[in-house]
Design a protein around this ligand. Sequence first.
Ligand code: ZN
Length: 460
Amino acid sequence: MTVQSLRLPIVLVLATALSTSTAAAQQAPIAERYHATADRIIDAALADSGAYRRLAELTDRFGPRLSGSESLERAIDWIIEQMQQDSLEQVRGEPVMVPHWVRGEEAASMIEPRPRSMPMLGLGGSVATPPDGITAEVMVVGSWEDLLRRADEARGKIVLFNVPWVDYGTTVQYRSRGAVAAAHAGAVAALLRSVTPQSLQTPHTGATDYAPDTPQIPFAAVTVEDAEMMQRMVDRGQRVVVRLTMSARTLPDAPSRNVVAELRGSERPDEVVVLGGHIDSWDVGQGAMDDGGGSVAAWEAVKLLRRLGLRPRRTVRVVLWTNEENGGRGGNGYLQAHAAEADRHVLAMESDAGVFQPLGFGFGGSDSAYAIVSQVGTLLDRIGAGRITRPGGGADIGPLMRDGVPGMGLDVDGARYFWYHHTDADTMDKLDPAEMARCVAAMAVMAYVVADLPEPLPRQ
Ligand SMILES: [Zn+2]
Protein backbone atom coordinates (compact mmCIF):
# COMPACT_ATOMS: atom_id res chain seq x y z
CA MET A 1 0.00 0.00 0.00
CA THR A 2 1.20 3.40 -0.81
CA VAL A 3 1.16 6.24 1.61
CA GLN A 4 -1.21 7.97 -0.76
CA SER A 5 -3.66 5.11 -0.69
CA LEU A 6 -3.55 5.03 3.11
CA ARG A 7 -4.00 8.73 3.70
CA LEU A 8 -7.49 9.19 2.33
CA PRO A 9 -9.22 6.56 4.43
CA ILE A 10 -7.43 7.72 7.60
CA VAL A 11 -8.44 11.32 7.01
CA LEU A 12 -11.96 10.19 6.31
CA VAL A 13 -12.07 8.02 9.41
CA LEU A 14 -10.68 10.84 11.53
CA ALA A 15 -13.06 13.37 10.05
CA THR A 16 -15.98 11.04 10.60
CA ALA A 17 -14.91 10.33 14.17
CA LEU A 18 -14.47 14.04 14.89
CA SER A 19 -17.77 15.09 13.43
CA THR A 20 -19.53 12.22 15.19
CA SER A 21 -18.09 13.22 18.54
CA THR A 22 -18.95 16.91 17.97
CA ALA A 23 -22.46 15.99 16.97
CA ALA A 24 -22.72 13.70 19.99
CA ALA A 25 -21.63 16.54 22.25
CA GLN A 26 -24.17 18.87 20.63
CA GLN A 27 -26.93 16.36 21.02
CA ALA A 28 -26.03 14.92 24.42
CA PRO A 29 -28.70 15.82 26.90
CA ILE A 30 -28.07 19.22 28.46
CA ALA A 31 -28.15 17.67 31.90
CA GLU A 32 -25.29 15.35 30.95
CA ARG A 33 -23.17 18.04 29.34
CA TYR A 34 -23.51 20.55 32.16
CA HIS A 35 -23.80 18.22 35.11
CA ALA A 36 -20.24 18.68 36.42
CA THR A 37 -20.24 22.45 35.96
CA ALA A 38 -23.66 22.83 37.59
CA ASP A 39 -22.49 20.78 40.57
CA ARG A 40 -19.43 22.97 40.88
CA ILE A 41 -21.58 26.10 40.89
CA ILE A 42 -24.01 24.64 43.41
CA ASP A 43 -21.25 23.39 45.73
CA ALA A 44 -19.57 26.78 45.72
CA ALA A 45 -22.86 28.62 46.34
CA LEU A 46 -23.83 26.36 49.25
CA ALA A 47 -20.40 26.67 50.86
CA ASP A 48 -20.81 30.43 51.11
CA SER A 49 -23.14 32.71 53.07
CA GLY A 50 -21.72 35.80 51.38
CA ALA A 51 -25.04 36.66 49.75
CA TYR A 52 -26.82 36.81 53.09
CA ARG A 53 -24.03 38.88 54.65
CA ARG A 54 -24.00 41.31 51.75
CA LEU A 55 -27.79 41.71 51.87
CA ALA A 56 -27.55 42.34 55.62
CA GLU A 57 -24.91 44.99 55.07
CA LEU A 58 -26.92 46.65 52.30
CA THR A 59 -30.16 46.72 54.29
CA ASP A 60 -28.55 47.67 57.63
CA ARG A 61 -26.55 50.50 56.07
CA PHE A 62 -29.21 52.07 53.91
CA GLY A 63 -32.54 50.79 55.26
CA PRO A 64 -35.58 51.03 53.01
CA ARG A 65 -35.07 52.49 49.52
CA LEU A 66 -38.13 54.27 48.20
CA SER A 67 -37.88 55.87 44.74
CA GLY A 68 -36.73 59.46 45.01
CA SER A 69 -35.10 58.92 48.42
CA GLU A 70 -31.51 59.67 49.31
CA SER A 71 -31.17 56.19 50.82
CA LEU A 72 -31.95 54.55 47.46
CA GLU A 73 -29.34 56.62 45.63
CA ARG A 74 -26.72 56.07 48.34
CA ALA A 75 -27.42 52.32 48.21
CA ILE A 76 -26.96 52.39 44.43
CA ASP A 77 -23.64 54.25 44.80
CA TRP A 78 -22.45 51.62 47.27
CA ILE A 79 -23.54 48.71 45.07
CA ILE A 80 -21.70 50.13 42.06
CA GLU A 81 -18.57 50.51 44.17
CA GLN A 82 -18.88 46.94 45.50
CA MET A 83 -19.47 45.51 42.03
CA GLN A 84 -16.30 47.22 40.83
CA GLN A 85 -14.43 45.67 43.76
CA ASP A 86 -15.90 42.31 42.71
CA SER A 87 -14.23 42.87 39.31
CA LEU A 88 -17.50 42.60 37.45
CA GLU A 89 -17.34 44.15 33.98
CA GLN A 90 -19.09 47.19 32.45
CA VAL A 91 -20.35 48.26 35.89
CA ARG A 92 -22.59 51.31 35.55
CA GLY A 93 -25.72 53.14 36.60
CA GLU A 94 -28.12 53.78 33.72
CA PRO A 95 -30.18 56.95 34.38
CA VAL A 96 -33.96 56.70 34.86
CA MET A 97 -36.33 59.39 36.16
CA VAL A 98 -38.61 58.04 38.92
CA PRO A 99 -41.76 59.22 40.75
CA HIS A 100 -41.07 60.86 44.10
CA TRP A 101 -43.80 60.26 46.64
CA VAL A 102 -43.15 61.17 50.27
CA ARG A 103 -45.23 59.76 53.10
CA GLY A 104 -44.81 62.51 55.73
CA GLU A 105 -46.52 62.34 59.14
CA GLU A 106 -49.64 60.24 59.33
CA ALA A 107 -52.02 58.74 61.90
CA ALA A 108 -55.37 57.05 62.25
CA SER A 109 -57.41 57.11 65.46
CA MET A 110 -60.72 55.63 66.37
CA ILE A 111 -62.83 58.32 68.07
CA GLU A 112 -66.05 56.33 68.57
CA PRO A 113 -67.10 53.96 70.04
CA ARG A 114 -63.84 54.11 72.02
CA PRO A 115 -60.55 55.93 71.56
CA ARG A 116 -57.79 53.89 70.00
CA SER A 117 -54.67 54.83 68.08
CA MET A 118 -54.54 52.42 65.13
CA PRO A 119 -51.38 51.21 63.41
CA MET A 120 -51.66 52.39 59.80
CA LEU A 121 -49.70 53.07 56.62
CA GLY A 122 -50.77 55.46 53.91
CA LEU A 123 -50.84 53.77 50.52
CA GLY A 124 -48.18 54.79 48.06
CA GLY A 125 -49.28 57.67 45.86
CA SER A 126 -52.11 58.72 48.19
CA VAL A 127 -52.94 62.38 48.60
CA ALA A 128 -52.88 64.07 52.01
CA THR A 129 -55.81 64.95 54.22
CA PRO A 130 -56.33 68.57 55.26
CA PRO A 131 -53.89 69.43 58.10
CA ASP A 132 -56.51 68.72 60.80
CA GLY A 133 -57.33 65.39 59.23
CA ILE A 134 -60.63 63.93 58.11
CA THR A 135 -63.01 62.79 60.84
CA ALA A 136 -65.95 60.75 59.62
CA GLU A 137 -68.12 57.75 60.24
CA VAL A 138 -66.81 54.47 58.87
CA MET A 139 -68.81 52.42 56.38
CA VAL A 140 -67.50 48.86 56.16
CA VAL A 141 -67.81 46.99 52.84
CA GLY A 142 -66.72 43.45 51.98
CA SER A 143 -66.47 43.65 48.18
CA TRP A 144 -66.98 45.87 45.14
CA GLU A 145 -70.52 44.51 44.84
CA ASP A 146 -71.23 45.37 48.46
CA LEU A 147 -70.05 48.95 47.87
CA LEU A 148 -72.15 49.27 44.72
CA ARG A 149 -75.27 47.91 46.42
CA ARG A 150 -74.96 50.37 49.32
CA ALA A 151 -73.37 53.26 47.41
CA ASP A 152 -75.98 55.75 48.65
CA GLU A 153 -74.71 55.23 52.24
CA ALA A 154 -71.13 56.19 51.35
CA ARG A 155 -71.48 59.95 50.91
CA GLY A 156 -69.36 61.86 53.43
CA LYS A 157 -68.05 58.68 55.03
CA ILE A 158 -64.75 56.85 55.26
CA VAL A 159 -65.19 53.58 53.38
CA LEU A 160 -63.30 50.62 54.88
CA PHE A 161 -62.66 47.75 52.48
CA ASN A 162 -62.64 44.76 54.84
CA VAL A 163 -61.88 42.16 52.19
CA PRO A 164 -60.35 38.89 53.43
CA TRP A 165 -57.17 37.57 51.80
CA VAL A 166 -57.68 35.08 48.98
CA ASP A 167 -54.35 35.41 47.20
CA TYR A 168 -52.27 38.44 46.31
CA GLY A 169 -53.51 38.85 42.76
CA THR A 170 -57.15 38.60 43.80
CA THR A 171 -57.07 40.75 46.92
CA VAL A 172 -54.62 43.48 45.85
CA GLN A 173 -57.19 44.96 43.42
CA TYR A 174 -58.84 46.60 46.44
CA ARG A 175 -55.56 48.38 47.21
CA SER A 176 -55.09 49.45 43.59
CA ARG A 177 -58.62 50.69 42.90
CA GLY A 178 -60.23 51.23 46.32
CA ALA A 179 -59.76 55.02 46.44
CA VAL A 180 -61.39 55.47 43.03
CA ALA A 181 -64.36 53.25 43.87
CA ALA A 182 -64.93 54.88 47.28
CA ALA A 183 -64.62 58.42 45.85
CA HIS A 184 -67.00 57.50 43.07
CA ALA A 185 -69.60 56.65 45.72
CA GLY A 186 -69.00 59.99 47.47
CA ALA A 187 -66.67 58.90 50.31
CA VAL A 188 -64.26 61.48 51.78
CA ALA A 189 -61.47 58.97 52.50
CA ALA A 190 -60.88 55.22 52.34
CA LEU A 191 -59.25 52.57 54.51
CA LEU A 192 -58.04 49.16 53.44
CA ARG A 193 -57.74 45.94 55.43
CA SER A 194 -54.06 45.15 54.80
CA VAL A 195 -53.44 42.70 51.96
CA THR A 196 -52.02 39.76 53.92
CA PRO A 197 -52.94 36.26 55.06
CA GLN A 198 -51.42 36.79 58.52
CA SER A 199 -51.13 39.77 60.83
CA LEU A 200 -49.45 40.76 64.07
CA GLN A 201 -50.98 44.28 63.97
CA THR A 202 -48.75 45.08 60.98
CA PRO A 203 -50.18 47.42 58.34
CA HIS A 204 -49.05 46.76 54.73
CA THR A 205 -48.46 49.60 52.29
CA GLY A 206 -48.25 49.38 48.48
CA ALA A 207 -49.17 51.40 45.43
CA THR A 208 -52.64 52.75 44.80
CA ASP A 209 -54.14 54.41 41.73
CA TYR A 210 -56.35 57.38 41.00
CA ALA A 211 -58.46 57.95 37.91
CA PRO A 212 -58.57 61.24 36.01
CA ASP A 213 -62.34 61.68 36.29
CA THR A 214 -62.72 60.92 40.03
CA PRO A 215 -61.79 63.08 43.05
CA GLN A 216 -58.56 61.98 44.73
CA ILE A 217 -59.29 60.97 48.33
CA PRO A 218 -56.74 59.87 50.97
CA PHE A 219 -56.33 56.09 51.24
CA ALA A 220 -54.54 54.17 53.99
CA ALA A 221 -54.10 50.59 55.17
CA VAL A 222 -55.11 49.49 58.65
CA THR A 223 -54.37 46.12 60.22
CA VAL A 224 -56.47 42.98 59.78
CA GLU A 225 -57.15 43.12 63.54
CA ASP A 226 -58.56 46.65 63.43
CA ALA A 227 -60.52 46.03 60.22
CA GLU A 228 -62.19 43.00 61.75
CA MET A 229 -62.90 44.85 64.98
CA MET A 230 -64.53 47.76 63.13
CA GLN A 231 -66.58 45.20 61.18
CA ARG A 232 -67.78 43.58 64.43
CA MET A 233 -68.65 46.96 65.95
CA VAL A 234 -70.69 47.99 62.92
CA ASP A 235 -72.39 44.60 62.82
CA ARG A 236 -73.48 45.19 66.42
CA GLY A 237 -75.06 48.46 65.35
CA GLN A 238 -72.33 50.68 66.80
CA ARG A 239 -71.30 53.87 65.07
CA VAL A 240 -67.56 53.87 64.31
CA VAL A 241 -65.87 57.23 63.79
CA VAL A 242 -62.24 57.53 62.70
CA ARG A 243 -59.91 60.48 62.30
CA LEU A 244 -57.37 60.07 59.49
CA THR A 245 -54.45 62.50 59.20
CA MET A 246 -51.97 62.23 56.32
CA SER A 247 -49.45 64.71 54.94
CA ALA A 248 -48.21 62.72 51.92
CA ARG A 249 -46.93 64.66 48.92
CA THR A 250 -45.93 63.87 45.34
CA LEU A 251 -42.82 65.86 44.38
CA PRO A 252 -41.38 66.29 40.88
CA ASP A 253 -39.78 63.17 39.35
CA ALA A 254 -36.28 62.47 40.65
CA PRO A 255 -33.17 60.98 39.02
CA SER A 256 -32.35 57.35 39.79
CA ARG A 257 -30.47 54.54 38.06
CA ASN A 258 -30.70 50.91 37.01
CA VAL A 259 -27.50 49.21 38.17
CA VAL A 260 -25.93 47.08 35.43
CA ALA A 261 -22.84 44.83 35.50
CA GLU A 262 -21.64 42.01 33.30
CA LEU A 263 -19.58 38.94 32.75
CA ARG A 264 -18.78 39.31 29.06
CA GLY A 265 -19.39 36.29 26.86
CA SER A 266 -16.43 34.40 25.46
CA GLU A 267 -17.82 33.80 21.96
CA ARG A 268 -20.96 35.86 21.48
CA PRO A 269 -20.65 38.79 23.88
CA ASP A 270 -23.40 40.72 22.09
CA GLU A 271 -25.98 38.05 23.04
CA VAL A 272 -27.22 38.53 26.58
CA VAL A 273 -28.80 36.63 29.45
CA VAL A 274 -30.20 39.16 31.93
CA LEU A 275 -30.88 38.36 35.57
CA GLY A 276 -31.86 40.66 38.39
CA GLY A 277 -34.21 42.03 41.01
CA HIS A 278 -35.40 45.52 41.95
CA ILE A 279 -33.29 47.63 44.22
CA ASP A 280 -36.01 50.08 45.28
CA SER A 281 -38.43 49.17 48.07
CA TRP A 282 -41.24 50.74 50.06
CA ASP A 283 -40.23 53.16 52.79
CA VAL A 284 -40.79 50.77 55.70
CA GLY A 285 -38.80 47.88 57.14
CA GLN A 286 -35.56 47.17 55.27
CA GLY A 287 -36.83 45.95 51.90
CA ALA A 288 -34.86 42.78 52.67
CA MET A 289 -37.10 40.28 50.89
CA ASP A 290 -38.80 42.82 48.59
CA ASP A 291 -36.50 42.97 46.83
CA GLY A 292 -33.04 43.46 48.28
CA GLY A 293 -32.80 39.65 48.43
CA GLY A 294 -33.55 39.07 44.75
CA SER A 295 -31.17 41.87 43.77
CA VAL A 296 -28.28 40.53 45.84
CA ALA A 297 -28.94 36.89 44.83
CA ALA A 298 -28.66 37.81 41.12
CA TRP A 299 -25.57 39.91 41.77
CA GLU A 300 -23.92 37.13 43.78
CA ALA A 301 -24.78 34.58 41.07
CA VAL A 302 -22.75 36.56 38.53
CA LYS A 303 -19.97 37.17 41.04
CA LEU A 304 -19.86 33.42 41.72
CA LEU A 305 -19.46 32.54 38.02
CA ARG A 306 -16.64 35.05 37.81
CA ARG A 307 -14.94 33.65 40.94
CA LEU A 308 -15.12 30.11 39.52
CA GLY A 309 -13.60 31.30 36.25
CA LEU A 310 -16.72 30.25 34.35
CA ARG A 311 -17.21 32.47 31.32
CA PRO A 312 -20.10 31.29 29.15
CA ARG A 313 -20.35 31.87 25.40
CA ARG A 314 -22.81 34.73 25.85
CA THR A 315 -22.76 37.71 28.19
CA VAL A 316 -24.43 37.33 31.58
CA ARG A 317 -25.74 40.70 32.76
CA VAL A 318 -27.06 41.50 36.21
CA VAL A 319 -29.58 44.36 36.34
CA LEU A 320 -30.89 45.85 39.57
CA TRP A 321 -33.95 47.73 38.38
CA THR A 322 -35.09 50.91 40.09
CA ASN A 323 -38.69 51.95 40.86
CA GLU A 324 -40.50 48.62 40.52
CA GLU A 325 -42.80 49.41 43.44
CA ASN A 326 -44.43 52.66 42.40
CA GLY A 327 -43.86 53.21 38.73
CA GLY A 328 -42.04 50.42 36.92
CA ARG A 329 -39.79 53.05 35.36
CA GLY A 330 -36.68 50.88 35.75
CA GLY A 331 -38.03 47.95 33.73
CA ASN A 332 -39.37 50.27 31.03
CA GLY A 333 -36.21 52.38 31.04
CA TYR A 334 -34.04 49.31 30.61
CA LEU A 335 -35.93 48.27 27.47
CA GLN A 336 -35.75 51.82 26.08
CA ALA A 337 -32.01 52.05 26.71
CA HIS A 338 -31.40 48.59 25.20
CA ALA A 339 -34.01 48.56 22.41
CA ALA A 340 -31.31 48.16 19.77
CA GLU A 341 -30.11 44.91 21.33
CA ALA A 342 -33.46 43.60 22.61
CA ASP A 343 -33.52 40.89 19.93
CA ARG A 344 -30.16 39.65 21.20
CA HIS A 345 -31.54 39.08 24.70
CA VAL A 346 -31.67 35.31 24.95
CA LEU A 347 -33.36 35.15 28.36
CA ALA A 348 -34.47 37.57 31.08
CA MET A 349 -34.71 36.24 34.62
CA GLU A 350 -36.05 37.94 37.73
CA SER A 351 -36.26 37.17 41.44
CA ASP A 352 -38.99 39.18 43.19
CA ALA A 353 -40.84 36.80 45.50
CA GLY A 354 -38.38 36.69 48.40
CA VAL A 355 -35.23 34.61 48.72
CA PHE A 356 -36.87 31.70 50.52
CA GLN A 357 -36.31 28.02 49.59
CA PRO A 358 -36.20 28.06 45.77
CA LEU A 359 -38.51 25.60 44.02
CA GLY A 360 -37.68 26.34 40.39
CA PHE A 361 -38.73 28.90 37.82
CA GLY A 362 -41.92 30.03 36.14
CA PHE A 363 -41.22 30.36 32.43
CA GLY A 364 -42.76 32.44 29.65
CA GLY A 365 -41.67 31.61 26.11
CA SER A 366 -41.96 29.14 23.26
CA ASP A 367 -42.65 25.40 23.67
CA SER A 368 -39.20 24.49 22.37
CA ALA A 369 -37.52 26.96 24.74
CA TYR A 370 -39.59 25.54 27.59
CA ALA A 371 -38.33 22.05 26.75
CA ILE A 372 -34.75 23.30 26.94
CA VAL A 373 -35.02 25.21 30.22
CA SER A 374 -36.86 22.24 31.71
CA GLN A 375 -33.76 20.14 30.99
CA VAL A 376 -31.60 22.80 32.63
CA GLY A 377 -33.95 22.62 35.59
CA THR A 378 -33.03 18.99 36.25
CA LEU A 379 -29.55 20.22 37.19
CA LEU A 380 -31.20 21.97 40.15
CA ASP A 381 -33.15 18.96 41.43
CA ARG A 382 -30.51 18.23 44.05
CA ILE A 383 -31.32 21.52 45.83
CA GLY A 384 -35.08 21.19 45.29
CA ALA A 385 -35.13 23.97 42.69
CA GLY A 386 -35.69 22.04 39.45
CA ARG A 387 -39.42 22.59 38.88
CA ILE A 388 -40.03 24.63 35.72
CA THR A 389 -43.65 25.67 35.29
CA ARG A 390 -45.61 27.90 32.94
CA PRO A 391 -46.46 30.69 32.74
CA GLY A 392 -43.85 32.90 34.36
CA GLY A 393 -42.13 36.24 34.30
CA GLY A 394 -42.00 39.34 36.46
CA ALA A 395 -42.76 43.05 36.61
CA ASP A 396 -39.31 44.31 35.68
CA ILE A 397 -38.74 41.88 32.80
CA GLY A 398 -42.31 42.42 31.56
CA PRO A 399 -41.29 45.06 28.99
CA LEU A 400 -38.56 42.75 27.59
CA MET A 401 -40.98 39.81 27.48
CA ARG A 402 -43.61 41.85 25.65
CA ASP A 403 -40.84 42.57 23.17
CA GLY A 404 -40.43 38.81 22.60
CA VAL A 405 -37.65 37.91 25.04
CA PRO A 406 -38.17 34.58 26.86
CA GLY A 407 -38.54 35.29 30.59
CA MET A 408 -38.57 33.52 33.90
CA GLY A 409 -39.21 34.30 37.55
CA LEU A 410 -37.56 32.48 40.43
CA ASP A 411 -40.23 30.45 42.27
CA VAL A 412 -39.76 30.10 45.99
CA ASP A 413 -41.67 28.70 48.94
CA GLY A 414 -44.16 31.54 49.26
CA ALA A 415 -45.73 30.51 52.56
CA ARG A 416 -44.41 33.49 54.54
CA TYR A 417 -43.65 36.20 51.97
CA PHE A 418 -46.96 38.05 52.25
CA TRP A 419 -46.82 38.09 56.04
CA TYR A 420 -44.03 40.67 55.74
CA HIS A 421 -44.55 42.15 52.28
CA HIS A 422 -44.51 46.01 52.30
CA THR A 423 -44.36 46.21 56.11
CA ASP A 424 -42.00 47.33 58.81
CA ALA A 425 -41.31 43.61 59.36
CA ASP A 426 -39.61 43.04 55.98
CA THR A 427 -36.23 42.67 57.66
CA MET A 428 -33.16 40.42 57.49
CA ASP A 429 -34.01 38.19 60.46
CA LYS A 430 -36.87 36.58 58.47
CA LEU A 431 -34.43 35.21 55.89
CA ASP A 432 -32.23 32.14 56.08
CA PRO A 433 -28.65 32.15 54.76
CA ALA A 434 -28.87 28.56 53.46
CA GLU A 435 -32.11 29.22 51.57
CA MET A 436 -30.67 32.39 50.09
CA ALA A 437 -27.52 30.51 49.01
CA ARG A 438 -29.74 28.00 47.17
CA CYS A 439 -31.43 30.92 45.36
CA VAL A 440 -27.99 32.11 44.27
CA ALA A 441 -27.17 28.59 43.04
CA ALA A 442 -30.44 28.29 41.10
CA MET A 443 -29.98 31.63 39.32
CA ALA A 444 -26.29 31.02 38.62
CA VAL A 445 -26.82 27.56 37.08
CA MET A 446 -29.78 28.66 34.95
CA ALA A 447 -28.01 31.80 33.74
CA TYR A 448 -24.73 30.02 33.03
CA VAL A 449 -26.18 27.10 31.08
CA VAL A 450 -28.60 29.18 28.98
CA ALA A 451 -25.79 31.65 28.24
CA ASP A 452 -23.46 28.82 27.21
CA LEU A 453 -25.77 26.62 25.07
CA PRO A 454 -24.62 26.39 21.44
CA GLU A 455 -27.90 27.85 20.19
CA PRO A 456 -29.97 30.70 21.72
CA LEU A 457 -33.34 29.80 23.22
CA PRO A 458 -35.86 29.62 20.35
CA ARG A 459 -38.42 32.44 20.42
CA GLN A 460 -42.15 32.12 19.72
ZN1 ZN B 1 -40.92 43.51 44.71
